[in-house]
Design a protein around this ligand. Sequence first.
Ligand code: GLA
Length: 667
Amino acid sequence: MIKKQMKALLGLSTALMAASSLAGADEMPPERSLSGLNFELIGRADIYSHGSLESYSQAPMLDAMVASGALPAVKDRLPEQPIIFSTGAMVDGVGEYGGVFRHVIGGRPEGWNWMAGQHQGWGGINMAMQECLVRQGPRWQVKAEEQTGPLPNLAQSWSFNADMTELTINLMKGVKWSDGDAFDTEDVRFWYEDNVQDENVASRMAKDSLGGGAALEVIDAHTFKFVFDTPQAETIVENLAYIQGCPGPSHILKDKHPKYNSDATYESYTQAQPNDELAPVVLGAWVPVVHRPDELVIMRRNPYYFKVDESGQQLPYYNEMHFRLSTWGDRTAQAVAGTGDFSNMEDPGNYVEALKQSQDDASPVRANFGPRVLAWRMTLNFDASTAQDDTDQALRTLFREKDFRLALSHALDRDAIGQSVARGPFAYPYIGGFATGSPYYDAASSDYHPFDQAKANALLDAVGATDTDGNGTRNLPGGGDDIMIPVMVVAERSTDTKQLEAVTSQLAEVGIGVIAVPLDETTNDSNYTGGQFTATLRRENVILPTRETCRSWPASDTCPYFNAGGDRLDFETELANKLSMLQASSDAAEQAALARDMQRLVTENAYTIGTIQIPAALLVNKRIKNAHPGTPVFMYEWAEDGVIRERLWTAKTDQVQEVLPGTIAEY
Ligand code: GLA
C-alpha cells in the first residue's frame, strides 16, 4: 500500500508510532483505506538527470522556423546540460511529437504575474507555465534510501557549508525564457528580494518564512547563496519547489515594479501581466497564446524548453495544451466521457458513478484511488487587530479560547458530514494537522474530539457563551450579540458547500450560528491570504510541512494567514519552533518525532477544526502514454506535476487535432 511505502520513506516505524500515544486523549476511529496504488520505487537519477547528448532534435513543426531564421537551432536554444528524462522510467518509452492534451478546469486565470501571487486558474495551468528551482511532484516514485530531498530542476545542484548556515545553489547554465532571453541569477534575485521579501507583494512564499528570513547573495550569473541566521538542512530546500520557488521574467517585470519605476504602484505591479495580454514570457513547457474568457485557454509549445528525452528529442511531446474553462465537476465528467484527458477525481459526489463507468473495458479512463490526502477544515481567524467591527473583534477574541474551539470540534458529527458529501466508505474524520495520507501523519499523536453535544454545551457554558436572550442562539460572552460566525466557502465547490450546510445545522444544535459567505475561489483565496475573513471552511492540503507553509503553520511572524498580527496563542510559539526544527533537520526519525509533536499540538488545541478527509483517484485517458498508473493525485505535489506532463505523449494515429497547428507564441 502506498501509505506504508510513504511511511517507510521517512523511516517511520510502527513501533515509533505506537510509542507516542496521547495519555487520556480520545483515539482516532479506525481507518479503512481504499488505496489501490501499488508501484515500484526507483532511484532519483533513474527519473531524470542533467547532462549533455551528442545531438538534439526538435518537434518537426519547428523545422521551418529554424530554416527561416525565426528561431535559433535547437542546440542553441537548449542549455549546456539539459534535463534528460530516462527511457527506463517511462512506462511507454520515448514519445512521438504532436497532438493536444485536453484539460478541463474550474478556475479562471487571474493573471500571469505569479510572482505577485496571481494564479492562472489552477488544475495544472499554473504548473504548465511555471518552472521552479527544485521539483517535488515526481518524488512519489523515489525509493526510501534516496529520499534525501527535492529533485533538482533549474537548481542543478546545491550544497551547504559546514555549519549549515549557507546554501549555495548552482543554476542550470544557458536556460532561456520563452522569448529567448537568458535565465540567470538576476531572475532569482528579483524573485526573492523584490517579491518574496517585499512585504507589499503577496508572493506565495511569505516574507521571512524561508529559514527565518534568509539573505540572498549573488555570486555570479549562475551561482547564488542563501545565508541563514541559524543552521538549516536539506529539508529547507523543499520550500523552493512549486508554488513557492518559481521565478518570473525579471527582464519584463522589473520595469513594472515600484522599486525600479516611480510611476508603478504595488497594485499596478500585481496587475502587470493581465490575463488578456498574451503571450506571457515563461520557462514552462507550454505558453498561453489564446485566452477566451470562460471558455478556453490554448497553450503552445515553448521552443526554448530546457528538457529532452534520452534520444535527444526536445520536450514536450505535445504541441498544444487546452484548458477548457468549465467546472471542477465537469473535469471528472469529461474525463469519464473521454472528451477530457485528465482529472483529479476529488468530488466524492461523483465517485460511485465515475467508478462504475471506469470499470467498463470500453471506458476511456482508468481510476485508481490513492490515500486520503484531501482534507477539509474550518479555520478561525485569531487576529483581533484586523477585525472589521466590534462583533468581529469579539468573535476573533472568543476564537482564541481553546475551550471554544474544542466545543466546536465536539459539536461536529464528522460521519454525518461525510455521508452528506457522499454515501459510502469514502470520507474519514479529519481532526486537523496532517492528512492521513501524509508521510508525517501519526494517528496516535492525534487528539480526537468525538461527536459529543453535551461536552460541547458544557465547554460553551464554561467560556461564558450562554444564551442570555433566550432566542436559541448563544451570545458573545458578557451578554453581547448572538454568536453568528460568517464562514467563507468556495461557491463553486459543491463538496465544500455541502459540508458547510451540515456544519451549520450541527453547530445550530449547540446554539452557534453560522452565516455562509459564498465567494468565488479567487476572492476566497485572496481574502484568506490577506487575513480578511472571520472564519472559512475549505480544503487545505496539509501533507508536507514545507509546502505553502503560511496557509497552515506559524512559519514567520506574519504566519499563519489566520493569525497574521503576530499575537500568538500560547502553543503557537512551541509549534513554530517544532516546524523550524523539522525544516532544519535531515534525520528522518527526528523529523517524524517533531511531526508527531506538531500533530499533537495542533489537535490538542483544536488549532483548526477539521471536518473530513477523502481519497482521490486520478483519471487519465488511455490514449495518453507515459502516465504512470501509480501517480498519486496529491503527495509531494498535485498529480499534474507528479505525472510529468512534458513526458506524456499520444501515438500519431490517436492524436487530437490541433487548433493552432504550426504556431508558437509571438513576442
Ligand atoms: C485545483 C484542483 C486540484 C488540482 C490543483 C492543481 O486545486 O482542485 O485537483 O488540479 O488545482 O493546482
